[in-house]
Write a protein that binds this ligand. Structure first.
Ligand code: XMP
Length: 598
């Protein structure tokens, strides 16, 4: 049996992130429900208890099988997991006096603890919790602390149980990977997991699931579905797979053509291309709510698919539907039992769930993270440039064109107590904008307003600090953007804006300028993804656009990327020449902002 580390999913978004990190260190991981019978966890060389949004004492705390504790393997509790292990062993958890969200300085108290090997005496680690362990069980000792949290890391050496209040799995925790690597050593695992060894496993799995049926795959044009298409071609052959690329009218400039040209060039002629932009745009008429837009886009993909299948007289019982869903797409849609709904991914709408229930859905990449999909793509011989394209969401520019009926009540600087004083004390200017975007905080969804920093010369460090502080202090604000340039000093005006072909053309134009800007300045691969958002705000009657460059490895967490501000001025000149009113730069990490605005 394959050696593995089990991650128990207590519903934090971070559960899968932990699994991804451990895999990246070369050890296979599997995610299980905490209520799983111990027989399901056979082969585990170690168990990691993830974080999660509940409180260990809450009525709605996830079900947990206490027998797991008696499995004779090392255990690491993270955040909620740490609190749960402590209470199980006789400790006490209480709501802390301050909720801690953000980077804290971890001070190592016992450098000889095997979990902390190689971690400096002081280093930044990411905290995100309200509750904390107040009384330690017998046998536990404190091995590291932060200013606000004395019990930040504990060890129960005899039983090889460790607990940490911070999140080693997020990139903000500088030595988080080191800590997880140390846990792998404690578990005594071999490091032999990689995409070369995964390819035969996934090949078998696809063959088993498909049986003698055939597969119909929606090829959105993004990296994931391209890899899925090539993989299925390899495993099933061109006779048993048919790809459908639906141009939904929300693609990037030239994107549909690039990808379909490549696949055809490679001899994969089992790909159909249909222009269904009219079907999609007519579904979005007059719709402004982000979740509703996502649902309609997701559902339309399936109606178009059914229409095309019917045209081809394909037997629905013979043809499974496949899509390039990857792990994060399933979890952020509330796909695992304990996860909170943050956004409905287009591949997790009701119609898709129905197919899944009937055993008619194939998701060959659903266990993988983006970095693994890319590694698999390279393993399959897909050219580097295609594999390393920026991730592009299924609903495409549909989630980057913010819609509005031009009305609505919004908070302002004046209606936000303490904001004026904060700005004055920090010698900065800016305003809360009358528009909303989705974010994620403490594992839950937020839908709130951005704060626009208009102070002209602010370095990125300052932006980062103000961004963290503004979101933490003012509930109204879940995102902070910085003004690269604007044609007007006046408050931007909210206007009516719907998902129409004209607006998509406008967004496509600015998006393309940004992509070219990245390529010309050799930044394209240095930046993980850069959504460009057309807001319904206008400065002097002209559109206000947000650029959101981020660095991430798996999209569950992200840092805003830093681009030279001189270069940005050049970009703003181009934007102005093309009729933009303002160019804003998103300086929010994820969390608390999501990567996309909707
Ligand atoms: P968020 O906005 O949730 O995005 O931080 C995380 C990553 O997922 C992509 N994304 C999607 N991908 N279907 C997709 O295939 C979707 O509905 C969808 N929504 C977001 C997003 O571009 C980012 O890379």
């Amino acid at each position: 049996m394959q050696e593995k580390i089990i991650v128990l999913d207590f519903g934090g978004q971070y559960a899968h992130l932990i699994a991804n990190r451990v895999r990246r260190l070369g050890v296979f991981t599997e995610i299980h429900a905490p209520s799983a019978p111990v027989s399901e966890l056979a082969g585990a060389k170690g168990i990691i208890y993830s974080g999660g949004p509940a409180s260990v004492y809450a009525e709605d705390a996830p079900d947990y099988n206490p027998e797991i504790l008696s499995l004779p393997v090392p255990k690491l509790g993270i955040c909620y997991g740490h609190q749960l292990l402590a209470t199980q062993l006789g400790g006490k958890v209480q709501p802390g006096t301050v909720k801690e969200y953000g980077i804290a300085d971890l001070q190592v108290k016992d450098p000889s603890c095997p979990l902390l090997k190689g971690i400096p005496a002081s280093s930044p680690m990411w905290m995100s919790h309200g509750d904390r362990v107040e009384v330690l069980p017998q046998g536990y000792r404190i091995v590291a602390s932060t200013k606000d949290c004395e019990i930040a890391a504990v060890a129960f050496d005899e039983k090889k149980i460790y607990g940490i209040q911070f999140h080693p799995e997020v990139t903000h925790s500088r030595y988080g990977m080191q800590l997880l690597d140390n846990f792998i050593d404690i578990c005594g695992c071999e490091r032999n997991w990689n995409m070369k060894s995964y390819l035969p496993l996934i090949t078998d799995k696809i063959r088993r699931e498909v049986g003698d049926r055939k597969v119909f795959l929606l090829v959105s044009g993004g990296v994931d579905s391209t890899v899925a298409f090539v993989l299925l071609n390899r495993v099933l052959g061109t006779e048993r797979e048919l790809g459908l690329h639906i141009d939904n009218g929300m693609m990037r400039l030239g994107e549909s053509k690039n990808i379909t040209d490549f696949l055809k060039r490679e001899g994969m002629n089992n790909l159909l291309v249909v222009d269904a932009s009219h079907d999609f745009l007519s579904q979005l008429e007059g719709i402004t709510a982000p979740e509703e837009k996502r649902k309609r886009i997701g559902a339309t993909f399936l109606t178009v698919k059914d229409k095309e299948m019917a045209k081809l007289h394909l037997d629905f019982n013979q043809w499974m539907t496949a899509q390039g869903t990857i792990y994060p797409d399933t979890i952020e849609s509330g796909g695992t039992k304990n996860a909170d709904l943050i956004k409905t991914h287009h591949n997790r709408v009701k119609e898709v769930m129905d197919l899944m229930e009937k055993g008619m859905l194939l998701e060959p990449l659903a266990d993988l993270y983006k970095d693994e999909v890319r590694a698999l793509g390279e393993e399959l011989g897909i050219p580097h440039d295609l594999v390393w394209r920026h991730p592009f969401p299924g609903p495409g520019l549909g989630v980057r064109l913010l819609c509005s009926d031009g009305k609505g009540t919004f908070e302002t600087n004046d209606s936000t107590p303490g904001l004026g004083e904060y700005l004055q004390a920090n010698h900065i200017q800016g305003r809360i904008l009358p528009v909303k975007s989705v974010g994620v905080q403490g594992d839950g969804r937020t839908y709130a307003q951005p704060f626009l920093l208009t102070t002209p010369s602010l370095d990125w460090k300052a932006c980062e600090r103000f961004s963290t502080e503004l979101v933490n202090r003012f509930k109204t604000i879940n995102r902070v953007i910085w003004q690269v340039g604007s044609v007007s000093d006046e408050m931007p005006v909210l206007t009516e804006q719907y998902a129409t072909a004209e607006h998509f053309d406008e967004l496509r134009k600015f998006d393309d300028i940004c992509t070219r800007f990245l390529r010309e300045n050799h930044l394209y691969e240095a930046i993980w993804q850069m959504p460009v958002v057309l807001t319904p705000l206008r400065s002097a009657g002209k559109p206000c656009i947000v650029m959101r460059p981020v660095n991430s490895s798996e999209a569950m967490t992200a840092n805003f990327a830093e681009i030279d501000q001189q270069l940005l001025q050049g970009l703003w000149q181009r934007f102005m020449a093309e009729g933009a009113g303002s160019l804003w730069y998103d300086v929010t990490h994820k969390p608390p902002g999501t990567i996309e605005w909707e």
